[in-house]
Design a protein around this ligand. Structure first.
Ligand code: FES
Length: 152
């Protein structure tokens, strides 16, 4: 069965940056309404830079691989750079995901955005509206993209 490419399988088998950061600058937790899977992302931010990132994913292989690769993509980046990361970038970096698994990559994008939003909330400099706007989130649904994806 060739559902997943080698890179996805490699990240699933040896996920990078698994775990938790104590006293994280920001923590984002998102759930996928389609399957119920959950991803939690921890960021350590210093001088506007993501200096460390860890994740815990209770989910499918594609979600774990997406989390793993996305942590590599945002580590060492500024907050602004990390906020531009989309699930499409994650899919591209993984070399593709099976069509029925594309929605899994959304968790990674949303978890990072939620973690940054949490950081801004802790900082206390921006209003909730400004935070949601800056992070590209809505206050109705945390995982707005997922809600648009219909089950096959
Ligand atoms: Fe739930 Fe992949 S099936 S995130």
């Amino acid at each position: 069965m060739e559902l997943y490419n080698e890179k996805v399988i490699e990240h699933y088998s040896n996920p990078r940056n698994v775990g938790k950061i104590e006293n994280a600058s920001g923590v984002g937790e998102v759930g996928n309404p389609i399957c119920g899977d959950i991803m939690k992302m921890y960021l350590k931010i210093e001088n506007n830079m993501i200096v460390d990132v860890k994740f815990k994913t209770f989910g499918c292989g594609a979600a774990i691989a997406s989390s793993s690769v996305s942590t590599e993509m945002v580590k060492g980046k500024t907050i602004e750079e990390a906020l531009t990361l989309t699930n499409k970038d994650v899919i591209k970096e993984l070399g593709g995901l099976p069509p029925v698994k594309l929605h899994c990559s959304v968790l990674a994008e949303e978890a990072i955005k939620e973690a940054i939003a949490d950081y801004y909330r802790k900082e206390g400099k921006l209003s909730e509206e400004e935070i949601l706007k800056k992070c590209g989130l809505t206050n109705q649904e945390k995982c707005s993209h997922c809600a648009d994806v219909k089950e096959e």
